[in-house]
Design a protein around this ligand. Structure first.
Ligand SMILES: Nc1ncnc2c1ncn2[C@@H]1O[C@H](COP(=O)(O)OP(=O)(O)OP(=O)(O)O)[C@@H](O)[C@H]1O
Length: 593
């Protein structure tokens, strides 16, 4: 019980405000209905017995009931039973709506905590984990904890009621019954509880693993098909799924065991109570003890079984509860700090330089700095090319410029104000085009405006598509910008996908556009068109391009050449060629010098 309450306490901050009130109302309501059920059925059976026997009879509290009142009483009691069922259905309907709301609320908190967590945290969260936990994990928290928790008061009321009745009639048999059945319940908890916990943990871990495996494999589907590795993939998936299925079947089995054990225990209970009764008062006492144990067992065993299954499901839900709460709390702490300064300060001015002063950055899991003492000024409206070997620190520099990473040392400022203090406001002024643009299954316009609904400005979408040299290709389609592009933008060519990404970056009229290897998938002609379009932005927008292909950044106002986290040379193309022998070699290999 303590575990159930602890689990509830940890999850309750993420439930809607009205949740506690509703849970209390629902618990009391179902307890009341249980009492009504027990009392009405007991009375009905006594009245029916009296009706068969004929004559008057008496009921505690109500006194003597005359024989001619029996039919009316039967009708009233039957009505009570029907009313109780109708109220049960109404309560259940209301409860399912509320529980759906709880599921939504916990899932919402979890997803928001993932999406709002700082970038360093977010890059470590796997997509399958987010999908698994926000959907399946959250539903097992509600189904495995909250729903069962509300049935506890009803069960307790029924059990206590039965125990009191037996106690009033035969205290000794009541004590033996309680100790015997209670003891078996506790024993089962200790024997089955540990195994249930292990099975639940294995089920959670391996199901997360399956999700990760499937996601990775689907991403590499083309290579898998080409190398005819379908069977190997299917086997690997089957192996991991077998582990999940085994753990889940263990859970089902462990959940089913208590009912059979308790059914069998009833026989032992008859022997025990009958034996004790016989020893104390001979055959008469033994028969009445047996009868009493029979009634008690009939009412108590279902309560104990239900209680055990509540415990089992809360134990099964425990790994998910811990993971979900842990993820929400871990993501929430730094997120609050990060967004804390967003309200402060006026809107960013659009005419000043980006300045980095002695910026260094080391990843939380890294041992060496990925960026060392970077000092630079990027005048507004200029074009900048960032070049360097793989691992030189280009993406890290870009992530700092984007306000996704906060420097470990040094400062970054824009328009004279430190942008790290107002990261989300800063991000509104920045457009980003990644190496592989991620498109979703929506219309071209939705993908440009990055919206999953219909809330976008068609004129701005058109302008962005024109600037990205994609407008002609869009108008050639039957539905124009409303044409759907399929999952991952499969209905577009690689070059069109990249240009759509550029249009997306331009949609919000940014002051700075960062292109991270964004034109590397384009053919030379298309790249030249896009580069021309990007160059036209110069003066209105600061363009920062990371590129391996030197021709892309040949005409940039400033080229930053990086090695091992440092900017080792900077200036116009020819200046960098003169300053860095390594860059000179690359430029001559590319036929540019
Ligand atoms: N999330 C991370 N955690 C720890 N270390 C990282 C992380 N991301 C990058 N690094 C390390 O930081 C250094 C710089 O990486 P970065 O990705 O910035 O290089 P890059 O120049 O963009 O490389 P590439 O051209 O291959 O994309 C590398 O040594 C890399 O291993």
């Amino acid at each position: 019980m303590k575990r159930l309450l602890d689990q509830y306490r940890s999850i309750s901050p993420y439930l809607p405000r009205s949740a506690q009130r509703f849970l209390v109302f629902f618990s009391i309501g179902s307890a009341f209905l249980s009492v009504l059920d027990v009392v009405a059925l007991l009375l009905l059976s006594s009245v029916l017995a009296a009706a068969v026997g004929g004559g008057e009879f008496s009921i505690p509290l109500l006194g003597t009931i005359p024989a001619d009142a029996v039919p009316a009483l039967i009708l009233v009691l039957s009505g009570v039973v029907l009313l109780k069922s109708a109220m049960g259905v109404a309560l259940q309907w209301k409860a399912t709506r509320h529980f759906a709301g709880f599921e939504l609320s916990v899932g919402d908190h979890l997803f928001r905590s993932y999406i709002h967590s700082p970038w360093t945290e977010r890059i470590n969260i796997s997509t399958p984990r987010v999908i698994q936990l926000t959907d399946g994990g959250v539903s097992s928290v509600v189904g495995g904890l909250l729903l069962p928790l509300t049935t506890v008061p009803g069960l307790l009321v029924t059990a206590v009621g039965v125990v009191v009745i037996i106690f009033l009639q035969q205290p000794f048999t009541a004590v033996i019954t309680l100790a015997y059945l209670g003891g078996i319940g506790v024993l089962q908890y200790y024997v089955l509880g540990r195994r249930t916990r292990v099975a639940a943990r294995v089920a959670r871990d391996s199901s997360l693993k399956v999700a990760g495996l499937l996601t990775g494999m689907m991403a590499a589907l083309k290579e898998i098909t080409l190398r005819e590795k379908e069977d190997e993939v299917a086997q690997a998936v089957a192996r991991t799924r077998a582990r999940t299925s085994r753990a889940r079947s263990n859970l089902y089995f462990l959940r089913a065991v208590p009912r059979f054990v308790l059914d069998a225990a009833v026989i032992g209970g008859f022997v025990l109570t009958g034996g004790v009764g016989y020893a104390m008062g001979g055959m008469t006492e033994a028969v009445s003890a047996l009868a009493l144990f029979g009634i008690a067992g009939f009412r108590l065993v279902p309560s104990i079984t239900s209680f055990q299954s509540i415990v089992t499901s809360s134990v099964s839900a425990d790994p998910y509860i811990r993971t979900i709460i842990g993820d929400i709390e871990r993501s929430q702490r730094p997120a609050a700090a990060e967004t804390g300064g967003d309200d402060a300060g006026p809107a960013l001015p659009n005419s000043l330089a980006i300045e980095m002063r002695h910026v260094s950055y080391t990843y939380p899991t890294g041992t060496e700095p990925a960026l060392r003492d970077v000092d630079l000024t990027i005048p507004f409206g200029s074009t900048v090319g960032i070049v360097g070997a793989s691992g030189a620190g280009k993406s890290t520099l870009v992530d700092i410029l984007l306000g996704l990473l906060e420097p470990s040392d040094g400062t970054v400022s824009f328009g004279g104000g430190a942008h790290a203090q107002r990261p989300s406001e800063w991000r509104r002024h920045v457009g980003y085009v990644p190496q592989a643009v991620a498109l979703f299954d929506g219309s071209i316009a939705q993908n440009v405006a990055l919206t999953w609904g219909g809330d976008f400005d068609r004129e701005r979408v058109e302008r962005a598509l024109r600037r990205a040299q994609l407008w002609d290709a869009v108008t050639a389609r039957a539905r124009g910008m409303d044409e759907r592009i399929g999952e991952g933008g499969l209905a577009l060519s690689g070059g069109q996908r990249q240009r759509l990404g550029i249009a997306r970056a331009l949609y919000s009229d940014p002051l700075v556009v960062v292109l991270d290897e964004a034109t590397s998938a384009l053919d030379t002609k298309t790249e030249a068109d896009v580069a021309a379009a990007i160059n036209e932005l110069a003066g209105d927008v600061t363009v920062i391009s990371v590129a391996h292909r030197l021709s892309t950044i040949r005409d940039a106002d400033t080229i930053l050449y990086m090695e091992s986290g440092e900017i080792v040379a900077s200036g116009r193309f020819d200046d960098v060629v003169a300053a860095s022998p390594a860059f000179h070699t690359q430029a001559s290999l590319a036929g540019l010098v």
